[in-house]
Design a binder for this molecule. Sequence first.
Ligand code: FES
Length: 77
Amino acid sequence: AVIVRAEAEGVAINPAIRKSEEKVVDSVVVAELSKPLTAYCRCWRSGTFPLCDGSHVKHNKATGDNVGPLLLKKQKE
Ligand code: FES
């Protein structure tokens, strides 16, 4: 498998997915999680990768990109 990582600052990493949305965030609800919410980085800019630390906000402002995290949500009982 080849993993491509956008290293250059100022370069959008989402060229095509749901560009009409301000920020692309997806959620998955899972029954068996220890925490109510975990956010996984999809912008490759997080200082706590693979977890999102909010760095996508600066990246999106600098590049006009709209990338956001993948949220894992614990299913409510
Ligand atoms: Fe990368 Fe939030 S820091 S998606």
